[in-house]
Design a protein around this ligand. Sequence first.
Ligand code: ADP
Ligand code: MG
Length: 472
Amino acid sequence: MVHTEQDRWSRVKGRLRASVGEDVYSSWFGRLDLEDIRDGSVHLSVPTRFLKSWIQTHYADRVLQCWQAELPQVSRIDLTVRSAMRCAAPVKAAEPAREERRETRAVHEARGTAAAPVSASHEALGGSPLDPRLTFATFVTGRSNTLAHAAAKQVAEGRHGDPVMFNPLYIHAGVGLGKTHLLQAVTWAGNAAPDRKVLYLTAEKFMYGFVAALKTQTALAFKEALRGIDVLVIDDLQFLQGKSTQAEFCHTLNALIDAGRQVVIAADRPPSDLESLDERVRSRLAGGLVVEMGSLGEELRLEILKSRVAAARTYHAGFDVPAAVLEYLARSITHNGRDLDGAVNRLLAHSKLNGQPVTLEMAEREVRDLIRPQDPKRVKIEDIQRVVARQYSVSRADLLSSRRTANVVRPRQVAMYLAKTLTLRSLPEIGRRFGGRDHTTVLHAVRKIEGLIAKDNALANEVELLKRQLQE
Ligand code: ADP
Ligand code: MG
């Protein structure tokens, strides 16, 4: 690059600094580089998409004005992202990323931001309170959660500056199956390591923290605080709402991932089903490791109960629950971990208050309302498609295709009908999952099958059979 261009660039930066102030300048423009000047258009670059979109939305005019003050013929500014760091690759492939991380770290250290105490960042960001009981030590593993547990452990044990294996780690499961427990375990374990900062936020706290910070003009403090964090943990992402919040979430996610920071997320559904999030965010979320935790099996339930009783006994030595009672509870409380906790608490309260030993009879009486007749299973759209395709001897691809021959149209309508009646998915979502169809098409299919079932017994039986198969 010609010498005078760099001089000019320095003067433009001086103007920018004078115009926005030192703080804003160093936060947003410190890493802005000049790439090229050609035919009245200036090409600038920044290291992350977050910076790019922030500068574009907040300072585009300002940057242009500062350039025009130095060089009147400049008519436009092009801003691009310099080679974004990708850290989602497996460890080996991520070696170069380690190098880049070291550089980033050096930058933080030079700025004195790396050592911000975790409590300060917690305060600045409104970190959600942690339950001291939710640790790895109290998390019981079984078939349904082995993978999620292993991934969470891996994240928790990573050291400051380690390359990130999968980013984000996205864990989804129904209510009470241990998401919050696992996420808080990561937070406890991660923060126990010196030099490593893990921030746990519920989606609501994230919204409140971020949006509030922006509104009170402390976005810089917020950003600085985020910068000092190695792992950001966000719980219950399905509650993230509002267009602008989502945009900020998207920026934050990109910024953290691009900077090689680990992001861990839990939600009650897979990324593809987060209907209110925009497609780019969903695909970014799906681009890391997505793990589902299934329902707790009977064995796992029994182990959880045993560990709860053992924990209670450290404070209430006289508390004893016979094996037969534990087995009864594990067999009959099938719904979720919260109810298992509830059951143990009730037995404890009862035996304390009445001074009586825990018996099977007492347990039956105490937990009656926690036993649900038959938990409706979470039915997935993929399962519906698979079962319907098999039933009608077509392929799943046929169901999603645009083919309109009768042998495909009817099964497709049946599958859409089942998706509407057996899941909580909305019509647009179902349409999307059936090869990107419009919601009116889904509505039409649902009405059509409803109408047919009312007068066609054979079809009614067929659909009933499919339903039963799916809910078993
Ligand atoms: P979620 O966030 O998925 O709704 P939680 O993490 O709040 O569920 O779990 C509900 C209750 O069940 C908590 O008390 C939790 O400790 C317990 N629990 C769930 N899974 C496990 C497990 N694998 N080991 C021990 N406790 C568990
Ligand atoms: Mg939870």
